[in-house]
Every structure is written in C-alpha cells, then in structure tokens.
Write a protein that binds this ligand. Structure first.
Ligand code: ATR
Length: 283
C-alpha cells in the first residue's frame, strides 16, 4: 500500500509539534504515513484544499487562522464543528471531505486524565471566549455539562457564544461575566468542577497571570489551555490548587484526529512520547 499523506494547514505552522506526535503514532502501529507542515496564507486556503485532494491526502488538521474558513470547504460537517464554526480535522473519504472539531474531545479527555472529572452534570468556568473556548464549550454543552460560566473582558463576544450555547443545549445553564464582577466570579469558581484558562495571556513568558489568583478557591482545579508553564499555573499551584497545563488537550485532540483518519485506536503512549520529546526539545 502506498504511503498515506496527512498534514497541518495554518499560517504560520512552523512551531507545531503535531508532526512528531502524529509521526510517533503512525510508527507505533506500523502505518506508513507522512504528516507535513503546510503553511497557507488565508486567501490561498480553497486552492490548497483542491491541491491536497488532487495529491491524494487522506486528511489534515487545521490551525489558526483557518478553522472557520475550513468549515465552508468541506462537504459534510459534524454538528459540534458546525455550531462551533470551527473545523480542525478533515477526513478525505474518497473525495468527500468530512469536517470535525476534536478540540472539545481533547479537553474532555485531558480533564478526565488530570482530575478524573466527567462532563455530564458538572459546572465549569471558561475564562476567555475566543476560538479555543468556542470549540470546546460547545462540546461540553452537547455532552451534558450542567452549567457553563463564560468570563471575558469583551462582554459582547461572550454573549454571542452564550446565545449559541443556549440554542444548542437548552438544558445547560449558561452565565456570562466580566472580569470585574468579582463576587459572582468567586461563586462560579466555588461551584466549578474545573476552571479553564482559555485566553492568549500566558503565551509569552513575561505575561502576567491571566486570572487573579486571589479569586480562585484553594481547593479548585485549574487547567490552562496553554501547553507551556504559565505564571497562572505557578501561582495557582502555590495557592494550593490542582493544576494542569494544556499538553494533554493537545495530545487528545490529535489522538482523535488520528482515529478519525485511520479508523484505529490512537496509540496514546507513543503519541505522548513524541509530543513530549518535541516540546522538551523547544517546540
Ligand atoms: P481567537 O481565539 O478568537 O483568535 P484571540 O484574539 O486570540 O481570539 O483571544 C482569545 C481570548 O483571549 C479572548 O477571550 C480575548 O479576549 P477579548 O475577547 O476581550 O479580546 C482574550 N484576551 C486576549 N488578550 C487578553 C488580555 N490582555 N486580557 C484579557 N483577555 C485577553
């Protein structure tokens, strides 16, 4: 059988560690495949997709800023991806393109692994309501989370997501807060099974803590979607919280893509090792 081709579309993509993670997965179960970094400027995405189909790619991942655009380029779309307006995985099934969003699954599995917490019936706080929150919170609502609180400095953005969440999952209680509403935030934090940090604050080493740590209960569980150590994680751990970075989310969203492409269970241990090696080498 000829070598299978997969890849990652983004702009830029050069810092991605997905090739090492997916490559380790393919190697572990003996699939001959490549996973290529494919930088594409926004205007060129439709042409690039046609090129990938013509070249026989079996599938690809999509990262910023193309997750929304890819939604309009697939033939069939998973409901969670449609509601999230975000496609991070495409499967090419004999020329028909299927779009999925695996970020929510990634966060779900990371939460199970770090804290042994299921989604159904639980309350969660999402701090920051950009693309990362949108993709994952829709999945949480669809999976039966009881309540979601969205905290964002730009209220209108959080309200827009809240409206979608209420339409998608009427039984899920949705609240919107701004960072200055500290009393309500303390209540939401106290009721939350997990607090998720989903802003871009913390990507740069000199960034401050994204969430004022004095608002967080000492026994809280906190996950930062950023997959490097952040000031928030350090401060929250000092405060007594159980903390986790975004590495496992990255692993499990990739594992779900792997399974969608290959129809096989993802070799998690091998993929984790590939991911850790790439990140520890400075990825
Ligand atoms: P996207 O993920 O949609 O591309 P983004 O611009 O990367 O969006 O921002 C992601 C999240 O980080 C947003 O919730 C954003 O808040 P706003 O909606 O108010 O812009 C948040 N964010 C980015 N910088 C921030 C900062 N300095 N302080 C607080 N929140 C910030």
């Amino acid at each position: 059988m000829s070598r299978q081709r997969y890849g990652l579309l983004g702009w830029p993509v050069k810092h991605s560690v997905s090739p090492q993670m997916q490559g380790a997965g393919f190697d572990a179960i003996g699939i001959e495949a490549s996973y290529e970094l494919i930088p594409v400027p926004p205007d060129d995405v439709p042409a690039k997709v046609r090129e990938l189909v013509d070249a026989g790619f079996r599938g690809w991942n999509i990262t910023v800023p193309h997750k929304g655009a890819m939604m309009r380029l697939v033939d069939q779309i998973d409901p969670a991806a449609r509601h999230a307006e975000s496609v991070n995985t495409v499967v090419n099934r004999e020329g028909t393109l299927h779009g999925y969003s695996t970020d929510g699954y990634g966060l779900q599995e990371a939460t199970r692994e770090a804290f042994d917490i299921p989604l159904a019936g639980q309350s969660f706080v999402f701090w920051g309501t950009g693309g990362a929150c949108r993709a994952t919170s829709i999945h949480f609502a669809l999976q039966g989370a009881a309540a979601l609180t969205l905290v964002n400095r730009t209220r209108a953005k959080a309200e827009a997501l809240a409206a979608t969440l209420r339409a998608v999952a009427p039984a899920c209680d949705i609240h919107v807060l701004e960072p200055h509403e500290t009393d309500a935030i303390r209540h939401a934090f106290a009721a939350a099974a997990v607090i998720y940090q989903c802003t871009s604050v913390g990507l740069k080493p000199e960034d401050p803590a994204a969430i004022p740590v004095q608002l967080i209960p000492e026994d809280a569980r906190l996950m930062d979607m950023i997959y490097h150590p952040t000031r928030l994680l350090a401060e929250a751990a000092d405060h007594g919280c159980q903390t986790a970075d975004g590495r496992a989310m990255l692993l499990y969203q990739g594992a779900r893509s792997f399974s969608l492409w290959t129809g096989k269970e993802a070799p998690i241990d091998a993929m984790r090792q590939g991911l850790n090696q790439a990140l520890d080498a400075g990825g």
